[in-house]
Design a binder for this molecule. Sequence first.
Ligand code: NAD
Length: 271
Amino acid sequence: MTRIAIVGVAGRMGRVLATAVHQDADAVLAGGTVRPESSLVGTDIGELTGLGKLGVMATDSLERVVDDIDAVIDFTTPSATLANLAFCASHGKRLVIGTTGLDDEQLATLDSYCDRVPMVFAPNMSVGVNLTLNLLQTAAAALGDEGYDIEVVEAHHRHKVDSPSGTALKMGETVAQALGRTLKEHGVFERVGQCGPRRDDEIGFATVRAGDIVGEHTVMFATEGERIEITHKASSRMTFAKGAVRAARWLSAQPAGRYDMQDVLGLNAES
Ligand code: NAD
């Protein structure tokens, strides 16, 4: 039985994660945090999430449940995630990170904990997206050098703060890697005004932010005469939450290291 705390349990993902942990036969919801200044400190997490009283209260820090938990799931902000990584390193806890939008410096800090914390870090925890990454690898290897233009288009709800989405970047990186390209050199994130014709080796990104879209990603391989589109559409946050709980359970058998959902799902060619 894996005892799990959810950081940011009042957030859009936090509430769904609490429900997913509660519904998992091999996991126990053992804690959840909200911002220290939040009026929700002390609220029953079950009431917060519509599950009814559970007797597990939202706290202002993980320190308060340190003896009750084995693993932490964190879908918050980059700075909060790095603070929680330090907590997990000091207290021997496992960490599942769904937070996106970390910059290069924050990613380097995250990597510096690899030798101390078993962690899963993935911009998208759904089984479908992770299978899609494998399909993209195959498509890119077959088409990318054959005159097909590659574009990544993503759409999310109006509250999302980072762009392009972590999943869109991961899809772009997967395609780039299969073709021996890099997003630093070949990624095009903006086309405004007289920006000229497309380069053959560009990997373009386009972003939509509207309403309550949970998450949609399309990678397009287009040439004269045909276009292939590989699309994933998430219609419920529960798909991410279930993946995160699965990752937390999977981590219990892993030594310190940084893993992704491909490792959890056994989709990595080398795993
Ligand atoms: P949200 O703003 O609804 O929730 C974030 C919550 O974290 C908020 O309630 C906020 O108060 C809380 N928080 C921030 N700092 C905190 C701290 N120090 N202590 C306690 N709580 C704190 O956002 P969201 O839509 O739930 O998304 C959260 C993150 O998860 C984003 O980065 C998003 O891109 C990512 N996300 C990842 C996946 C995935 O599968 N990996 C899926 C969906 C969303």
